[in-house]
Design a protein around this ligand. Structure first.
Ligand code: BES
Ligand code: ZN
Ligand code: ZN
Length: 478
């Protein structure tokens, strides 16, 4: 879909807040919408007046002026795009009109995003590809640098779609080696240095926890370290760490068929970090960022690790594996420790499909956040608000730092008697490996993938969460 600053075309979209008088459309159409249809302007409420001898307009509500945010523009523009596609309209102009506290640039960028959000589908494996009729959008604005503002959103959404494609790709095609190849491809001809640790390099490094998880698979693990250092290699970096379990069967603590059915997405944290880095690089953001991915399968074989095994880690801490299905934290133990000690990290953010418990706590539309540094998390949360990606904090309290301690090993990877709050237990476990570097943990088990319909403007399948938040954070943090 092409989106440009342009002229009024025969079809026009208007996005309006509650209580609007619809002065921009003909009196006749306004009378009909307001008096007959009782159009109020509620969020996503629509008035469609298309076809011969009409105004050729789509009007979508933005909701109450007092609550108006940029994300409402995304939602309303997405609604308009869906309508136009259903009506087989090929091109439209859109009035860019800021209301309330949303400025013109955010209005423009929100609307641009809404149209682009309506343009994604994952068709790689289908003979018949989705065709959208709407291919050209002309934005009516006088904003200076409008074209640049559009381009920023276009590149951001392209990166979100990189994440979606990675997460949607099934595990027979996406496993550690192919993930490493795809990432190498993705960042060729950029300023990103791609370092890939294969099994032998991981053995030499001593990443024994990552290796333990991978033991049951005939596919070898990889660790990916992607360095983007526009400020030079002396300056500290923001580390983006991702869980890249390309398939999680649970191991000997095997999942049910239902539980396993979406486990190709257990690399969504890795996918998000790769997408976020892509957005940062393509938009030429001047921040040092390093992405660290631990990639492995969690399968079963005569070689697989077992419940009860005691394993070693890169840090030297030993772990009793109470449950082979709590494998993500084992992978992250090594990659977080690597980020904390081998890179000059001033901030570490990890994203991981870590616990089913976060879905019980917060559902499928809210990412669970945890931290060892409240002011850092507050900045990430602020970024998530701008991005329209809901997040909510869970506390890491001292009792949980006790609960993770082992009897025969230093730590246990899961509580022996179920005590609830599995999301917090997992975070307390991860915290042990970040060596007091300011750290934020994002548990995206609920938000990274929608088996049925996606939330708001998000597609079914991979959502691309939390790429937009990470981009906002990295772009703005001092
Ligand atoms: N990958 C899963 C978590 C998950 C569940 C992600 C549902 C997406 C949707 C993770 O490795 C896991 O299995 N966690 C266990 C931990 C438990 C054994 C302590 C869980 O949440 O049940
Ligand atoms: Zn698991
Ligand atoms: Zn997992």
């Amino acid at each position: 879909m092409k989106i440009n600053v342009g002229e009024q075309l025969s079809t026009t979209v208007y996005l309006v807040p509650e209580g609007t008088k619809l002065e921009m459309i003909s009196d006749e159409a306004a009378q009909y919408a307001l008096n007959h249809l009782k159009f109020k302007g509620n969020l996503n409420e629509k008035f469609i007046y298309l076809g011969p001898n009409t105004d050729n307009i789509v009007v979508v509500g933005l909701g109450h002026l007092d609550h108006l945010t940029k994300d409402h523009y995304v939602q309303a523009a997405y609604t308009a795009a869906k309508i136009l596609n259903e009506q087989k309209v090929e091109s439209t102009s859109v009035q860019i009109k800021p209301y309330g506290t949303v400025d013109e640039k955010n209005t423009l960028q929100g609307i641009t995003e809404g149209f682009l959000q309506a343009d994604y589908s994952f068709d790689t494996y289908k003979k018949e590809k989705t065709k959208y009729s709407l291919t050209s959008v002309s934005l009516l604005t006088d904003l200076k640098n409008a074209q640049e503002a559009i381009e920023e959103v276009r590149l951001l959404l392209e990166a979100v779609n990189v994440t979606r494609d990675l997460v949607n790709t099934p595990a027979n095609d996406l496993y550690p080696e192919t993930l490493a190849n795809k990432v190498t491809d993705l960042f060729k001809d950029t300023d990103v240095q791609v370092e890939i640790f294969d099994k032998q390099a991981l053995e030499e490094l001593g990443a024994k926890a990552l290796l333990a998880v991978s033991q049951g698979s005939s596919k070898e693990p990889r660790m990916l370290v992607l360095k983007y250092l526009p400020l030079g290699d002396e300056e500290p970096v923001i580390s983006l760490v991702g869980k890249g379990v390309t398939y999680d069967s649970g191991g000997y603590a095997i999942k049910s068929a239902k539980g396993m059915s979406t486990m190709k997405t257990d690399m969504a944290g890795a996918g998000a970090m790769i997408g976020a880095l892509h957005a940062i690089v393509s938009n030429n953001i001047q921040q040092n960022v390093v992405c660290v991915i631990g990639a492995t399968e969690n399968l079963i074989s005569g070689e697989a690790f077992k419940n009860g095994d005691i394993i070693h880690t890169l840090k030297g801490t030993t772990i009793e594996v109470i449950n082979t299905d709590a494998e993500g934290r084992l992978v992250l133990a090594d990659v977080l420790y690597y980020a904390a000690t081998k890179l000059n990290s001033k901030y570490i953010i990890d994203a991981a499909t870590l616990t089913g418990a976060v879905i019980a706590a917060l559902g499928q539309n809210i990412t669970g956040t945890m931290t060892n540094d409240q002011s850092f998390l507050d900045k990430v949360t602020a970024a998530s608000k701008t991005a329209g990606e809901d997040m909510w904090q869970l506390p890491i309290t001292p009792e949980f730092r006790e609960k993770i301690k082992g009897n025969h090993a230093d730590l246990i990877n899961s509580s022996i008697n179920f005590v609830g709050a599995g999301t917090i237990f997992a975070a307390a476990f991860l915290e042990h490996f970040v060596e007091d570097v300011p750290w934020v943990h994002l548990d995206i088990a609920g938000t990274s993938y929608a088996s049925s319909n996606g939330n708001k403007y998000l597609p079914k399948g991979a959502s691309g969460i939390p790429v937009k938040t990470l981009y906002e954070f990295v772009k703005n943090v001092k």
